[in-house]
Write a protein that binds this ligand. Structure first.
Ligand SMILES: [Ca+2]
Length: 128
């Protein structure tokens, strides 16, 4: 019963997405946080070299507390070790503290970092 419901919900979401694309209103955020690092997203990984759990976002996140790597119970806050900016147009900044405060690391468009240097396991927010 639960599985059947989930399948129906996914089908409805797909229809909604297709409708949005048809009218040019689909937002990049629509496909975010689905465990797939898609075009236009900022993707954080639990391990270096883009391994382990993944958290994928299409918009700003002011506080990683409360987010887990997709499909896991590992909290995203102070836990990411590599990341990718999949946007072709926008810079994104990873910040050490919540609310885009503290030290920051810039990702230019289409930039991946296999390690996060001083921000390794310290990222708490990001903003485009
Ligand atoms: Ca995604």
């Amino acid at each position: 019963m639960t599985k059947l419901r989930a399948r129906f919900a996914a089908g409805a979401a797909a229809v909604a997405l297709a409708g949005g694309a048809l009218f040019g209103t689909a937002s990049p955020a629509a496909a975010a946080y689905d465990g797939h690092c898609g075009h236009t997203e900022f993707c954080l990984y639990y391990n270096t070299n883009w391994n382990g759990g993944l958290a994928d976002f299409g918009g700003d996140i002011s506080n990683y507390s409360g987010y887990a790597f997709w499909g896991t119970s590992y909290n995203l806050n102070d836990n990411s070790a590599s990341a990718k900016n999949m946007s072709s147009y926008w810079d994104v900044h990873l910040h050490e503290a919540a609310n885009y405060a503290g030290a920051k690391l810039e990702f230019n468009p289409n930039t991946s970092r296999s390690t996060l240097g001083a921000l390794s396991n310290k990222g708490s927010s990001h903003r485009w």
